[in-house]
Design a protein around this ligand. Structure first.
Ligand code: PLP
Length: 287
């Protein structure tokens, strides 16, 4: 695979950044993951806007204009002969002497890593995932703006480690006051009596691009949607549950903390929304 690193494409073995990069030293930077379907990057503008806002939140000026990013990302796909792919964009503070002061770094480091991706295997979607609520809490928005998709994912990593330790596929994090927020790499939705519920943005979540598509689809499909506060008990008593993110789209959840959700199988509204999601992708990507 050819990796884009600061102005040029290089072989994977040459795609190395300095040990003085502040992304490496302090997790000082932002990232974004975009998915390509049949050569088209889905909701690219939304991803680039989030990247730009994340960078602005850290006082990093994104190099390049949005049209230049479009060209660069499509060039990354073309050079690697990729049609179905995940493209990870990383922008770090850059290289500079040790020290937290951003002024130590003159220009951001930009890395684009593409990889072939034809979607998750069907089995997890058919069987559904297990989730576990982690003891580690979501970083409160007073500590870090949750809209900043930063290179510092430690809470999320700890939640994932705990989930794996509990034989679950994804760890969910609560807010400091005990409300459900999101998964380590995903947003959360519950269904109860044919109504859709998702933790409100104000609770300190990363507002996923996939979450936004699901919200739009719920409206189109006349499924009442509530962005609200949810407790773990709401999860355990839900009829259906699913997680969303760019790579897995909509993942049904069938167990939470060892308890069955609904009848312990992916639910009909989840399946319906996933079909609608895929249709939306085909429509927007001209497939
Ligand atoms: N929440 C967190 C913490 C994430 O890391 C992600 C994606 O990586 C999401 C939610 C889902 O975001 P998106 O739908 O834009 O992929």
């Amino acid at each position: 695979m050819r990796i884009y690193l600061n102005h040029r494409f290089v072989a994977e073995t040459k795609a190395v950044v300095s040990v003085f990069d502040h992304g490496f030293l302090y997790g000082d930077g932002v990232f974004e993951t975009v998915r390509a379907y049949e050569g088209r990057l889905f909701r690219l503008d939304e991803h680039l806007t989030r990247l730009k806002e994340s960078a602005r939140g850290l006082n990093i000026t994104l190099p390049r204009t949005l049209p230049a990013w479009h060209r660069l990302l499509y060039q990354t796909l073309a050079i690697n002969h990729l049609k179905n792919a995940l493209v990870r964009i990383t922008v770090s503070r850059g290289t500079g002497p040790i020290g937290l002061d951003p002024a130590l770094c003159r220009k951001p480091t930009l890395v684009i890593i593409p990889r072939a991706f034809n979607g998750c295997p069907e089995t997890p979607h058919r069987k559904g995932w297990k989730v576990a609520i982690a003891s580690v809490r979501r970083t409160p928005s007073q500590a870090l703006n949750p809209r900043i998709k930063s290179m510092n994912f430690l809470n999320n990593i700890l939640a994932k480690i705990q989930a794996k330790g509990n034989h679950a596929d994804e760890g969910l994090m609560l807010s400091l006051d005990g409300y459900l927020t999101e998964g380590s790499v995903s947003n959360l939705f519950l269904i109860k009596r044919r109504r859709l519920y998702t933790p409100a943005a104000g609770l300190g979540i990363l507002e996923g691009i996939t979450r936004q598509v699901v919200i739009e689809l719920a409206k189109e499909n006349r499924i009442p949607l509530h962005e609200t506060r949810l407790r773990p008990s709401d999860l355990y008593k839900a009829d259906e549950c699913f997680l969303t993110n760019t790579s897995m789209e909509i993942m049904p959840v069938v167990k939470a903390d060892g308890m069955k959700i609904g009848d312990g199988k992916p639910g009909p509204i989840t399946r319906h929304l996933h079909e609608a999601y895929r249709a939306q992708v085909r429509f927007e990507c001209g497939i």
